[in-house]
Write a protein that binds this ligand. Structure first.
Ligand code: UDP
Length: 231
């Protein structure tokens, strides 16, 4: 692989605390990302917003406004995680689909490629920039546009199951599954819009638990305990 885009869910980033940030966990992610970059592989990062805000779950305010808050939450997450990455010796830059003054730079494919060439970790913050989408759709869009080889989905759960293991103790984990099956069975590992985009554009996914030792590195090297989604 030459280029991967890593998705960290906001929830997984918060670790045991369920909100805010687990700094030790983020420093460990930085160490793993550095090891990947040192092998000459480009790493982009997309972060969700679930540790701050879940736009869609709040019925009291307009959906568009709730989603705007959600997009801003993903930017705050990227600023925080980017700083920890820098303190761990990585070079970083944050791109957003809309202007945020001097806090981030406006996304373009050329700009992202320029930063990748400089060995930087590129954070894609603010999702797609549009309400009614998710960071799942955002990551698939960036991965396709930037010709990534795969999406690495680091989650609070260690792979894709045939039903929710929190509800069904007999739930079975898939080692491998096709994206067609993910769509047909509505497995919900990423939302439906994002799944269909992966299917149409042949973008494979590796799904694994963020809290397992070296899980990001293992996903890259094949020593992998999660689920591979084939296209
Ligand atoms: N969001 C949005 N458009 C996008 C990306 C994100 O409106 O293109 C909003 C949406 O409200 C979402 C929130 O940002 O609930 C946080 O993103 P997401 O739910 O994907 O985060 P995660 O669940 O992965 O932490």
């Amino acid at each position: 692989m030459k280029r991967v885009i890593l998705k960290l869910s906001g929830e997984a980033l918060a670790g045991e605390q369920k909100s805010g940030y687990d700094d030790a966990l983020i420093a460990d992610i930085a160490r793993q990302v550095k090891a990947i970059i040192d092998k000459g592989i480009d790493v982009g990062v997309v972060i969700g917003g679930g540790n701050y805000w879940r736009g869609r779950s709040n019925d009291n305010i307009d959906r568009t406004k709730a989603d705007q808050i959600g997009m801003l939450a993903t930017i705050m997450n990227c600023i925080y995680v980017s700083e920890i990455f820098r303190s761990e010796g990585l070079k970083t830059n944050i791109l957003t689909p809309f202007e945020c003054g001097s806090m981030t730079k406006l996304f373009s494919k050329d700009r992202a490629n320029k930063y990748f060439e400089k060995g930087m970790v590129v954070f894609f913050a603010g999702g797609t920039g549009h309400p009614y989408f998710s960071t799942d759709t955002g990551i698939v869009l960036r991965a396709i546009e930037l010709d990534a080889d795969a999406i690495l989905l680091a989650k609070a759960i260690d792979g894709i199951y045939d039903s929710d293991p929190k509800i069904n103790p007999q739930a079975k984990k898939y080692d491998k599954i096709s994206i067609q099956e993910v769509v047909d069975k509505q497995l919900g590992v990423i939302d439906m819009t994002a799944s269909v985009m992966c299917m149409e554009n042949k973008m494979p996914l590796m799904v694994f638990g963020l809290n397992e030792d070296n899980s990001i590195l293992n996903a890259m090297t094949g020593k992998f305990n999660g689920t591979v989604v084939t296209v």
